[in-house]
Design a protein around this ligand. Sequence first.
Ligand code: VG1
Ligand code: CO
Length: 550
Amino acid sequence: MTIQTIATTPFAGQRPGTSGLRKKVTEFQQPGYLENFVEAIFLTLGALGNVQGRTLVLGGDGRYFNRDAIQTILRMAAAHGVGRVLVGRGGILSTPAVSCVIRKRAALGGIVLSASHNPGGPDGDFGIKYNIDNGGPAPEKITDAIYEHTKTLASYRISDAGPVDLDRIGSIRIEDMEVEVIDAVSDYAELMAGLFDFDAIRALFQRGFTMRFDGMHAVSGPYAKAIIEGMLGAPAGTVVNAEPLEDFGGHHPDPNPVNAADLIALMDGPDAPDFGAASDGDGDRNMIVGRKLAVSPSDSLAIIAANATAAPGYRDGIKGIARSMPTSQAADRVAAALGVSCFETPTGWKYFGNLLDAGLATLCGEESYGTGSMHIREKDGVWAVLFWLNLIAATGKSVNEIVQAHWARFGRNYYSRHDYEAVDAGAANAMMDDLRGKLPSLAGQTLGEGENNYRVQLADDFTYTDPVDNSVSTRQGVRIVMTDGSRIVLRLSGTGTEGATVRLYLERYEADPARHDLDTQQALAPLIAIAEQVSGLKARTGREQPSVIT
Ligand code: VG1
Ligand code: CO
């Protein structure tokens, strides 16, 4: 075994997006592409302090190219003097499990291999992300430094050691580095058992409560099977599509009503179980479904917050709630009622890390099916599902009853996101630029027709100042806020790999319980029309309809 220095030249465009570097598998397969980015990570870590002898955590969602990437990263870690790498068996670790293991084993950080909800397989997407010692996604100052290194690289260092057996638990050496293959589930399952009332959930299943968890052939299957069927005693077959597949069975591993259509059909039909749930490619997202009711993720965050003390891990109450800017304001109403702070951050979990570390927030959430808490520094799909199970067990209420009661108490925030995927990037950028140009003149204007008009209170491009380190993030999404709190938000996705994806977010508040059963799209129709009028979205993108509505 020797450590080699291999000459390389920079690849353009290795700038991490909302959640790491995501590209087509074919792009990652170019010689040196993965190596360059990993070298940039090690150079950044080296500049920040010492990686020598430290521990890193490594794992991915099992998608195509996962195993190859892990072998490469292990040989590069050895060449950079890393002391030990903890890698999940079979190369598998969900994103929340990586966060959990980093924290539990006091590691320097971790590398997560995933493109999350993006499709996998040889023609699909791949991704890589660095997490810091708090277990969370690296903040912008680190991802910026990584990107800067990718632009000037001339070589990378790698051991010429042969491949490691990733399927056997135990320790192996590469050069002076120890590779410890760990069980992917056990640390995480232990953490969950400490947060939730497993006895009460076990009793719920014993009373005949029925559930379906759809693993979407992605990484959360093994976790859900071990915990929900194994530890909580749900009948075998409760967790379906539990085997991680390299191409996720050809589907989008994205837990929303469009991509988890089988689960929605089951929950809408005569044989619906009491409770349905699904998780995404890397296990950090969740969808909660009752009979004929898919719970909006923004509502799920608000409901978890309002009922936090139902779970033993949150018995003492919560310190605050943080939500991404486009997420509905349902959580704000709960925070106000509880007398705790509510923080509004840019899109992406990395912005929650400081708030959680400083003890300012206990719960965090995003409209994109992401919910989590201070227990780790990533959003956590299985955690959210266990929270709901705990809540159902503690209250004896169904999902529908819990949601209805919440709306009756706090009012309902009708909410929807319209995605225009893979549109022309030039057209999308021009649309956003024009929209930004219009913002100063929008405030005070009345928009919309007849009785469905809205007066604009605020129109801006969201800027966030982190209350802990005062770092400033600009251009985080155009928002048009009406005098009644209704909102239109537009931003471009930072996770797509083809062209640009425009996301249009719509929100309207309704206090009157007699009007809580409207169809969401109808309830939002006046705002949808205003968004079109202001942005010219359809003409700009050449699309008559969004590609996905959630
Ligand atoms: C999307 C979501 C965002 C989420 C991010 C990563 O980002 O909107 O809320 O944090 O994906 O989620 P964007 O930039 O495409 O809108 V995951 O589950 O991909 O790690
Ligand atoms: Co994800």
